[in-house]
Design a protein around this ligand. Sequence first.
Ligand code: G4F
Length: 337
Amino acid sequence: MGNRRALITGITGQDGSYLSEYLLELGYEVHGLVRRVALEDHRHRLHRIEHLLDRLILHSGSVENYPSIFRLLASHPFDECYHLAAQSFVGEDFEEGFATMSINISSTQYILSSIRELQPQCRFYFAGSSEMFGRAAAAPQDEETRFRPRSSYGISKVAGFELTRNYREAYDMFACSGILFNHESPRRGFEFVTKKIASGVALIAHGAQDHLTLGNLDAQRDWGHAADYVQVMWLMLQQDAPDDYVVATGQLHTVREFCELAFAQIDRDYRDHVRVDPRFFRPTEDIPLCGNAQKARSQLGWQPQRTFPDLVREMVEHELYRRRSELNSSRQTGLGS
Ligand code: G4F
């Protein structure tokens, strides 16, 4: 396994950082495509991979820029390419979704077309999403469920999925898509509800804030742990034949349950601290997004290792630790109150 080379787009994100760790553990040489501004601002933009920087090979470039992708693939042979980069927040206004669609769709086509032309043996992974099911007609969703996306993000992911399938079928490329349901971790961005709750709990525990404002507490999601989900990306590319797989826990939890467990960790009752503001509401699903990962379980032998309570505990512990460290360092520099 020693000398295998992988390219990750979106290496600075949550999934990119866990996947980098995993591939490095497996002995891969790991390359990442990173915007020049990020390379110049390590502390803020590379914080998720800062502990790995001396073991990664980063290239300046952007998935939005065809020449930079083409150049990179023309100069380095890769065994595997994981295309994780995307504009990924769902809660945006649909009308403002043009950039999401054009960036997400064209970047996938740039990479697939460059691989086809320059390195057709390179195996390709596309990060699909449960948002592709959108207003699903049935639950749980599996590989046979019809896509009915209703966000610009979901539509862009369906297009990426179809591009991947088409390159696989038309050009005989080893190209796979993972249809990943929500996956969280301490490295999640602050715009997502799990991180918002975990970080709010830590602020409340330290007296920096009294309450947390959320949208629909009865919204349900199939939440897994990102560290479990990146392993399945790798497994997909190790099979004899390329295919697409749903990756999910198959268990639904509400935002309320996440709050209950998170606040219980600091011995508080969420009802005393959570306020609801309709501004954060989204259209609710008649049929919840809940995945059936039976195919990944039986064909790839994959099984998520971490439970929902493990996930909540880890996220809250991380935020409590982060707040404590921030307070200590501001006290040391004389800025604390
Ligand atoms: O954390 P969320 O914003 O994640 P969402 O929209 O499900 O999207 C995430 O998962 C998708 C599936 O993998 C990815 F495609 C996508 O890229 C992203 O990673 O919202 C989760 C749920 C929603 O039902 C939302 O309505 O939480 C509900 N919610 C309730 N209050 C809230 C809030 N969401 C946010 N962001 N903020 C709130 O205050």
